[in-house]
Design a protein around this ligand. Sequence first.
Ligand code: ADP
Ligand code: ZN
Ligand code: MG
Length: 492
Amino acid sequence: MRLNKDYEPIIGLEVHAQMLTETKAFCGCSTKFGSEPNTNVCPVCLGMPGTLPVLNLNLVEFVLKIGLATNCKIAPRSIFARKNYFYPDLPKGYQISQYEKPICTDGFAEIDTDDGKGKTIGLTRIHMEEDAGKSIHDLDVDTLVDVNRCGVPLIEIVSEPDIRSPREAYQFLSKIKQLVTYLGICDGNMEEGSLRCDANVSVRRKGQEQFGTKTEVKNMNSFRNVERALEYEINRQIQLIEDGGEVAQETLLWDANQNVAYPMRSKEEAHDYRYFPDPDLVPVLVDETWIEKVRASLPELPTPRRDRFIAELGLSKYDAEVLTNEKRVASYYEETLAALAGITGQPSKNIAKTVSNWLMTDVLRVMGERKTDIPEFPISPKNLAAMIGLIIDGTISGKIAKEVFEEMLETNEHPRTIVKNKNLVQVSDSSTIELAVDEVLGANKPQVDKYLGGNEKVFGFFVGETMKKMQGKGNPKIVNEVLKRKLGSLKN
Ligand code: ADP
Ligand code: ZN
Ligand code: MG
């Protein structure tokens, strides 16, 4: 969708990420997704009178990780607050959150942009809170409530209004997803709701300094939907202003089926949350020792890892970017590389590009086609390395390797077993190759004459025919050599 060039969109995102702790934020209940409804509950997360919440320290650890990874200031003392509202899926009648004194503030994240220059997006805050339950409306029966999710730990990441296009919003979300998955604190799955995003958006005329009135768009459950909903809303606001109207500050819900955002009924959004400090929870105290301990536990993050791939392995920026985009892919790559270095005795740098090519053109392609991820990928790094090792030591040709790769996908077998069972060993013995070449040249006199007459293009035809004769198993280098030699001797 094209956006009117006289206007500039201003966007700020609020991202909720569900933390991968074993237990809930303030009780010992399991956080397992997909459990039987209303089974992961206890008096604490149901808010029974007389119960007391106890903070899960893993949640603090997790929020510190993302806070440090995004250059935030860490508050030595932060406070939990109650956000009060009435809704059937909120048995306590309030949600525990952080309000005035969040744990992380003033950070930033570097996002990729389409022009390749990158951009810094400010982070206003990152705070801890608990999730509410789930109302299930889309059944023939009355509305049902599942409170398993009550008390499941979330973090909320609030960006500064630094985002200037739906595309940048998409890139920002991608960056957040990349960071939380690298850190291992969230699975990043937007469709399942472990990553959720509300978008604040306004437009202003180019050159105007003041921001326009913003609306908030909710209910987008994929990256693509965030981009599309923002395009829709930006155009709606521009059209409204062009027609002499004014943007009303309101909350809209995105309808992915109709491709429209419609306003929530104003009563639904007329919230006064009456925030106040939760009297049942003590302040969260974080000292330097704790911060340093968490900092030391941080894994290598995507950008430094990418830069290391470029500097140490000599990969192009593009390759390094693709390989480090997802942590599991980057680790798969490095494991394959290490295994292959072990097999061949070659330094990683020399074989880095070969392994990269297999990852980028074969592994990632298959994962894309099958819509699967590294954990379900049938070929282990060790086996992939063994297969590339067979190419390097001349046992199989690169072409046969593709066949072995396909077979490995289906059978999970070691490449050596496949090569042996299917008799795929490359033929490098020149007398065998010479026999095949003689037959090909003998059977294709007209092409031979063409070649001798100066048409060098037919050479490829001879290579193809010889390979076909040898069921693809001829060593291409030697096939080429023998053909050159034989044709050369025919010339004289
Ligand atoms: P509210 O008071 O409605 O909660 P905040 O100032 O706390 O608003 O900001 C909430 C989110 O909205 C932040 O992500 C912020 O970057 C974004 N935001 C604030 N003002 C604007 C604006 N004029 N246009 C677009 N986004 C905005
Ligand atoms: Zn509980
Ligand atoms: Mg606010």
